[in-house]
Design a protein around this ligand. Structure first.
Ligand code: FAD
Length: 456
């Protein structure tokens, strides 16, 4: 008998319950469909397509080492799976559960199509999250809307053991596959884009647990120190398993590992919100605000924000890092989101969309719900907090090294005075090399914010 494993956001061989279950059959078809449904949503941005190409090539080589190979098809995911099932006379299809509205629809369609042909679909949980969305709930609701009580229950949930990668994968002869995608031909890639693939993800994880995680609690907000794991794209594409990540971090133990595990739980938290309320990808989750400036009315401010020339050095450094690497430090994401939503009072969806164009870890649950958190429409219990880019910059980039790294016009300004270039005098000011004045006074932004919120 034959089983198909449909890979989606779980591009790995280690700790992969659907693959392990499929390997019980005499032969396995490891399948990835380049789904035109995803392409049509505009979600397939160049940086993520490049990382995906790395992941698929690496998955294929891992399978070849085990005697198999990856089958790649393009088209409608349901049609393609059904074709492969028919060609190989497979009895069942195994795949990971996922949380977006699109993933739910895909699962329903696939189940219906397969059952109509007398085949079975098995959806496995704890593949793309550590704890299954909906497995822990408060007494009065189908999901947690606040992180702290969620985390209390999450932390007490027993995780399953990490699964080894299968030793051999027997793929039936004669199953046709397209060529594996490559990075070449993709334009608009960020220059400093990370490399994808399970081998790279595992190497990074091992190095992180050995050298990085112990200092995480103290250093995670040090913007210049770059002392976070940078595992987010690997979690997004599933080249690393969240269950394995948490199991291994817990073995390291200590305050750094605990703080890190808590951060990984934020990922599960947002996924259980999105699973219960898929509309939160675009609609305000808890509190509706409708006085936002649109991209059109605030066009010049939005352009300055996107291009990293708002005149606030830490904001500009962060936005340039995003463009250069397709990735940003968490503190940078918080500051740039607060600046767009609360200082410029622009609709959070404008910022979320721009992040998704560039982020290599761009993820519907994490991106949209973090944006909502910062916009005060989501799960933040202090929805009116505004992050002051100057105070925050002095706290999290005390020497100004992060700003100097990303804003060359300011590279000659020493120490923390780089955060307030408008205070420089005489020749120092003249040497700024065209760095712009602030697009708005912070006090003016705050006054606009308060007016809008008072009327909402
Ligand atoms: P680490 O600090 O090493 O954390 C480890 C892992 O925990 C991360 O890889 C991530 O999976 C998870 N994590 C950490 N912080 C958060 C958080 N606040 N929410 C949810 N999960 C978290 N993360 C994404 O993966 N994709 C996104 O599209 C995304 N968009 C964001 C947009 C905004 C406006 C904000 C404020 C945050 C966003 N985040 C997003 C969350 C967070 O900024 C990144 O996960 C983190 O910066 C990735 O770097 P790291 O892997 O070094 O994180």
């Amino acid at each position: 008998n034959v089983s198909v494993v449909l890979f989606t956001a779980d591009l790995r061989l280690h700790d992969h319950p659907p693959l392990r279950a499929a390997c019980e059959a005499q032969a396995v078809v490891p399948l990835f469909v380049r789904d035109e449904g995803v392409t049509a949503t505009g979600f397939a941005a160049p940086n993520r397509l490049a990382f995906l190409a790395d992941c698929l090539r690496d998955l294929d080589s891992g399978l070849r080492e085990r005697g198999g190979r990856l089958i790649v098809r393009s088209g409608d995911v349901v049609d393609e799976v059904c074709k492969v099932v028919a060609e190989t006379d497979a009895d069942e299809v195994h795949m990971a559960g996922d949380v977006s509205a699109y993933a739910h629809l895909r699962e329903r369609r696939l189940r219906r199509a397969l059952e109509a042909e007398g085949r079975r679909l098995h959806v496995h949980e704890t593949v793309t999250t550590a704890v299954t969305p909906g497995a822990v709930t408060p007494a009065s609701s189908d999901h947690f809307a606040v992180f702290t009580p969620y985390f209390r229950q999450w932390a007490q949930t027993q995780l399953r053991d990490t699964l080894a990668a299968p030793r051999t994968v027997r793929v039936p002869d004669g199953v046709g596959s397209e060529e594996l995608p490559t990075r070449s031909g993709l334009s608009g890639l960020s220059e400093g884009l990370a490399t994808g693939g399970e081998a790279e993800g595992r190497r990074r994880l091992a190095a992180w647990l050995r050298d990085g995680v112990a200092a995480y609690e103290d250093r995670h907000d040090d913007m210049a120190g770059d002392a976070t794991s940078r595992l987010s794209p690997h979690l997004h594409f599933g080249t690393l398993s969240p269950v394995e990540l948490v199991n291994r971090a817990r073995k390291v133990a200590g305050p750094g590992a605990e703080a890190f595990v808590r951060q990984v739980a934020w990922r599960d938290f947002h996924r259980q919100v999105l699973a219960a309320r898929p509309a939160a990808a675009t609609a305000d989750y808890r509190t509706k605000h409708d006085r936002w400036r649109s991209e059109r009315t605030a066009r010049e401010d939005v352009e300055a924000w996107k291009e990293g020339r708002t005149g606030y050095p830490v904001i500009d450094a962060a936005m340039r890092q995003l463009r250069h690497e397709g990735w940003m430090h968490n503190r940078s994401r918080l500051l740039t989101a607060s600046f767009l939503c609360k200082t410029l009072y622009v609709d959070w969806r404008v910022g979320a969309r721009y992040f998704l164009e560039l982020l290599v870890d761009g993820d519907i649950a994490n991106n949209q719900l973090n944006w909502q958190w910062m916009a005060g429409t989501g799960t933040d219990t202090r929805p009116n907090r505004v992050l002051n880019p100057i105070t925050q910059a002095k706290r999290y980039d005390p020497d100004g090294a992060y700003v100097r790294r990303w804003v060359p016009e300011l590279a000659g300004v020493d120490g923390p005075s780089v955060h307030e270039p408008w205070k420089l005098q005489g020749l120092d000011r003249a040497a700024l090399d065209g760095y712009p004045d602030p697009v708005v006074e912070l006090s003016e932004g705050l006054a606009r914010f308060k007016r809008a919120r008072a009327r909402d």
